[in-house]
Design a protein around this ligand. Structure first.
Ligand code: HEC
Length: 97
């Protein structure tokens, strides 16, 4: 059950292979979130909510990403800069259909 958490919890993710030095929301999502939520948001591993169906606002998404909720760990320390939290939250809002 904790294996996802460990895989998502690398302290210093390197973005050197990405095309830009600032990781996009999509890259951050693929790196940190897709392991539970899936690339399109509906994988649902470890009880992860379906992000395609989630109707949260960007600020509600950011609050959950920062603090975590139940089975979801806090990503504040992992994503680091507030701008990374902003971009991943913006990306999550695009998954909603
Ligand atoms: C270890 C697995 C795991 C990872 C990794 C993970 N999540 Fe979650 N996520 C969950 C679980 C479990 C929930 C359900 C929490 C609850 O009980 O409400 C959740 C809920 C959410 C919700 C709330 C959806 C709703 O409608 O209530 C959002 C938004 C979310 N995750 C975004 C993210 C983002 C963005 C990332 C990457 C930064 C991420 N998650 C990484 C497991 C994970």
């Amino acid at each position: 059950m904790t294996s996802f958490f460990v895989a998502c919890n690398e302290p210093n993710p390197s973005f050197e292979t990405s095309s830009s030095s600032i990781p996009s929301g999509e890259e951050l999502y693929a790196l940190h979130c897709a392991s539970c939520h899936g690339e399109s948001g509906d994988l649902g591993l470890s009880g992860a909510k379906n992000l395609k169906k989630s109707a949260l606002t960007i600020s509600e998404i950011k609050a959950i990403v920062k603090s975590g909720k139940n089975g979801m760990p806090s990503f504040r320390g992992i994503l680091g800069a507030a701008s990374n939290i902003d971009s991943v939250a913006n990306y999550v809002s695009t998954l909603h259909e």
